[in-house]
Design a protein around this ligand. Structure first.
Ligand code: BES
Ligand code: ZN
Length: 451
């Protein structure tokens, strides 16, 4: 039996294992799920051992553990470092899920569950590709190392130190990550650019305690009103960010890049429908594809304060809070941007309130080499599975480890993703297309062989 037949013959078993993985609520940002995160790591280690990988272990970090595995088959063969993350986003808001987030549910060709696409399903395709080699050819044609992280969705606080401290262990020739999506089931694509991120939490304090809004209202500045005015000031009507210096380091798109991005198949009506919006918004001088991948952003991710329970309460609150994140593009530095934003927020805060900024996390964006032999191996692998050459795209999301691999290990990454644009990442009703799971395994088998 060849590896491709092995995959076809074991589809049901692979799917049922993926469901087991998805039942573990490994939400990294919530303390109450700490044991579940560990359980997911141990489960993954055991499946790697089952797949025939020689060495697999759960390694401690300052936070959630890393699952490390190694299958060295031939000194002269190239070594691939596979990265994935076994943690997931919180499932909230729960009442918008049509099926329970941690009870994987099959509907047609889709599997609904938190983490189905991001990133458990895509990560598990790698484990099953390795198993297929083990069961049919004894071993993969290249050396494989795996590093599976449990803190990606919280900004990978422990990963950089882990990579810095384990440079020899992680030494490889190329890194591979399946944590992105292709353009459509019939339209394979490879991501060559990712955005970075700077994330802050802002707290505005007005009076030292909550006040009666009738007794004091009109003479005490309400911190929620003040915060809203501050936020409204950060962007103009066309979506340009007004923080001085914010765009200074932005690497502008070259005319050639713009021409290339214009060739990426894009259906505006379908995009509006997918996003569920009446029309688009943002910098009018850039296309939607450019705005969502090669331009920086500023978004409020959460805002709260005052009375938010049912009914009315006439309160003049003491505090207002907002979580604000900025997607960055090469060559914006997350730390520089965080400082710039913090200074600007303090500068524009009125003297009637106190404003504090806490940095939550950041990550570098990245552009990867499109000319390498490994990239060609990926192009050929998609072409073999999908019968069509992939196009190159840039992605608006962030995978900060790509820059960390470049900086610490001198490794280029191949982003060989199998998600679809409507997978509802980080949202209710996340799903993974089941055919994409199997095609992903097949593509990875081709990729390893091509290498
Ligand atoms: N898989 C995503 C990255 C991604 C998003 C790829 C959308 C393709 C399309 C990844 O798990 C993710 O969500 N990353 C975070 C990183 C952040 C917490 C530093 C993100 O982009 O918000
Ligand atoms: Zn992910």
């Amino acid at each position: 039996m060849n590896s491709k037949n092995y995959v076809s013959a074991h589809q049901d078993q692979f799917l049922s294992e993926l469901k087991d993985f998805l039942r573990i609520p490994s939400v990294s940002t919530q303390e109450k799920h700490k044991d579940d995160v560990l359980r997911a790591a141990q489960w993954l280690r055991d499946r790697l051992l089952d797949a025939g990988v020689g060495r697999a272990e759960v390694l401690e970090t300052a936070g959630h553990p890393v699952v490390y595995a190694e299958w060295m088959v031939n000194e002269d063969a190239p070594t691939v470092l596979v990265y994935g993350h076994y943690d997931v986003q919180p499932p909230d808001p729960l009442d918008e899920w049509r099926t329970p987030p941690f009870e994987p549910t099959q509907e047609g060709d889709d599997l609904f569950a938190r983490g189905a696409s991001d990133d458990k399903g895509q990560l598990y395709a790698h484990v099953k590709a390795l198993e297929a080699f083990h069961e049919t050819e004894g071993a993969p044609p290249v050396n494989v190392k795996c590093i599976f992280e449990g803190e990606e969705e919280m900004g990978s606080p422990s990963l950089e130190p882990f990579i810095a401290a384990h440079q020899d262990l992680l030494a490889a020739d190329v890194a591979v990550i399946s944590d992105t999506h292709i353009l459509g089931q019939e339209t394979p694509s490879i991501v060559y650019g990712l955005r970075g991120l700077a994330y802050v939490e802002v707290t505005v304090t007005g009076p030292s305690g909550d006040l009666h809004s009738g007794h004091y209202g009109g003479a005490v500045h309400n911190p929620i009103n003040a915060l809203c005015a501050i936020i409204a000031d950060l962007q103009d009507k066309n979506g340009h960010i007004t923080i001085p210096g914010f765009y200074d380091d932005v690497r502008e798109l070259t005319p050639e890049e713009r021409e290339e991005l214009a060739k990426v198949p894009f259906d505006r009506e379908a995009w509006l429908k997918e996003a569920g919006v009446p029309t688009d918004w943002g910098e009018p001088e850039y296309t939607i594809v450019e705005r969502t991948s090669a331009r920086p952003t500023l978004d409020v991710n959460g805002i709260w304060g005052g009375y938010i329970e049912p009914g009315a309460k006439t309160v003049l609150p003491s505090k207002a809070h907002a979580k604000i994140s900025m997607r960055l593009v090469p060559d914006q530095d997350p730390e520089t941007i965080t400082e710039l934003v913090a200074e600007h927020l303090k500068a524009i805060a009125p003297p009637t309130v106190d404003l504090e900024v806490e940095s939550l996390h950041g990550g570098d964006g990245a552009i990867v080499d499109r000319e390498s032999p490994a990239m060609q191996a990926a192009v050929d692998a998609y072409a073999a599975t999908f019968g069509r050459e992939p196009v190159f795209t840039r992605e608006g999301g962030s995978i900060p480890v790509v820059a960390a691999f470049q900086n610490y290990l001198g490794l280029e990454t191949i982003l060989i993703g199998f998600g679809l644009p409507d997978d509802n990442l980080h949202a209710p009703n996340e799903k993974f297309n089941i055919s994409m799971f199997y095609k992903g395994i097949e593509t990875l088998i081709h990729f390893y062989k091509n290498l």
